[in-house]
Write a protein that binds this ligand. Sequence first.
Ligand code: ADP
Length: 171
Amino acid sequence: MEITLVQGDITEQRVDAVVNAANSSLLGGGGVDGAIHRRGGPEILAECRALRADRYAGGLPAGQAVATTAGRLPARWVIHTVGPVYAKSEDRSHLLTSCYAESLKVADSLAARVVAFPAVSAGVYGWPMDDAARIALATVRAAGTRVTEARFVLFGAEAYRVFSDVLARLD
Ligand code: ADP
């Protein structure tokens, strides 16, 4: 599998699936989540509401992932995953690892081959970017998956630089 990095907006990616850094309500929020729902339109939210009424009445737990279609986005699917909120007092990195591993499992179940990821938990949820990048890149690199390209779409030059540095050290 190829890991690629681009600086840009995940909602513009022509890929099979984009991963959303959702919150457990699945009912929208700020950051990537807000951008995906704004650009994707109300169909995505309608599917999220149906998931809440059915499989995830208590919300989607941190570390898990679930797919909807992608409304008006150029992508075909949105894979919603809930990152952990960063905490200095507790190591929650297993949950962030799980976000990437579970998102790739969902991608495989959809036969998605090219998947775009944001830096899950590295915005409002406060995860330090370099550690978020290490976990993201190492997990995707180690995953057994039929995804052929994992594209990290980094919002801003600084996030792109951090991911580039971490990826270079991973090789
Ligand atoms: P979380 O709540 O999991 O921290 P955020 O959406 O707040 O999620 O932030 C995750 C990362 O996504 C941050 O680095 C943020 O700058 C970035 N981001 C925000 N909007 C976009 C976008 N449209 N495309 C790609 N990345 C984005």
